[in-house]
Write a protein that binds this ligand. Structure first.
Ligand SMILES: [Zn+2]
Length: 285
């Protein structure tokens, strides 16, 4: 044993590179990038409407205050992509993503001013067909169910605290298919064609109103499978937001941004408790 040690020591003296070669397996793997993503839908002042998908303006404001106090930095999907491209070097110490699905008018009325007030970013996943309905003259602007118009969204898009992503052009329904998934009776070819048509239609609207096309998509109703993931990847999407209720532990694995979990922020949720739980899971790993 002693002889082996002496021989090893002699090798190290003769060939310093031998030392670094033996050191490398001891290097620690890079730290994962933890990214909790919260999913909001609508905001309402009517206490009777508060539920899994509707929270009060006060609750949203308290979320922003809490995140600020705790030092969380909300990021966009474009920032997430940049961090991934940079192998998660120089990422915020506490990153989070706030997302709003469906493009409700209440998000423009309540969430947008609060994001500006607290200087915090959010990602809005919008449905082209809904925006079209509420962009016509004399559109019904009932805050209970109305969606944001293209003009209102163009105004939001001027803000550095807003990012718009796709929630499909017209696949946010369960009548034709289950969200953006293939119908059982449909061939793969005609499904791909339908998906491509939908993507092209929304791209055109994004180009017209925002001057760019979306590179991230939130799956309608959280309906997601490998077939959809692959088709979206082929169409150039770089981030896909899904709805599995858990944290994201990102390490740079291929395609990991094409399935980003999101946790529903429902009425009555204790956000502090959730964040504490997620943080304690991180430190255990
Ligand atoms: Zn939706």
């Amino acid at each position: 044993m002693k002889k082996i040690f002496v021989a090893f020591f002699a090798m190290c003296l003769m060939f310093p590179s031998f030392v670094s070669a033996t050191e490398s397996p001891l290097e620690l793997p890079p730290e994962p990038f933890y990214l909790p993503v919260l999913m909001y839908h609508q905001i309402s002042e009517n206490p009777k409407r508060l539920c899994e998908y509707v929270i009060s303006p006060e609750a949203f404001e308290s979320d922003l205050k809490l995140l600020k106090e705790l030092g969380y930095q909300p990021i966009t999907t474009a920032e997430l992509l940049k961090y991934a491209e940079n192998k998660y070097q120089n990422v915020p110490e506490k990153a989070i993503m706030l997302t709003f699905d469906d493009g409700y008018l209440s998000d423009y009325v309540y969430a947008f001013p609060l994001l500006e007030k607290y200087e915090m970013k959010a990602v809005f996943a919008i449905v082209g067909a809904f925006a079209d309905i509420y962009s016509v003259e004399n559109a019904d602007k009932n805050i209970r169910y109305a969606h944001t118009s293209w003009a209102e969204m163009a105004e939001m898009n001027e803000s550095e605290f807003v990012e718009f992503v796709s929630h499909t052009n017209d696949m946010h329904n369960l009548k034709k298919r289950r969200g953006a998934l293939r119908k059982k009776s449909e061939s793969i070819e005609s499904y791909k064609k339908a998906l491509e048509c939908d993507i092209a239609a929304l791209n055109e609207k994004f180009e017209e109103h925002f001057g760019e096309t979306p590179t991230a998509l939130a799956c309608p109703f959280g309906n997601f499978n490998q077939e959809l993931q692959q088709a979206l990847k082929e169409s150039g999407f770089t981030v896909i937001l899904t709805s599995e209720q858990k944290n994201n532990i990102l390490t740079g694995k291929e395609d990991e941004l094409l399935d980003i979990n999101r946790i529903v922020r429902n009425h009555g949720m204790d956000l502090k408790k959730l964040l504490d739980k997620l943080e304690s899971q991180q430190t255990k790993k």
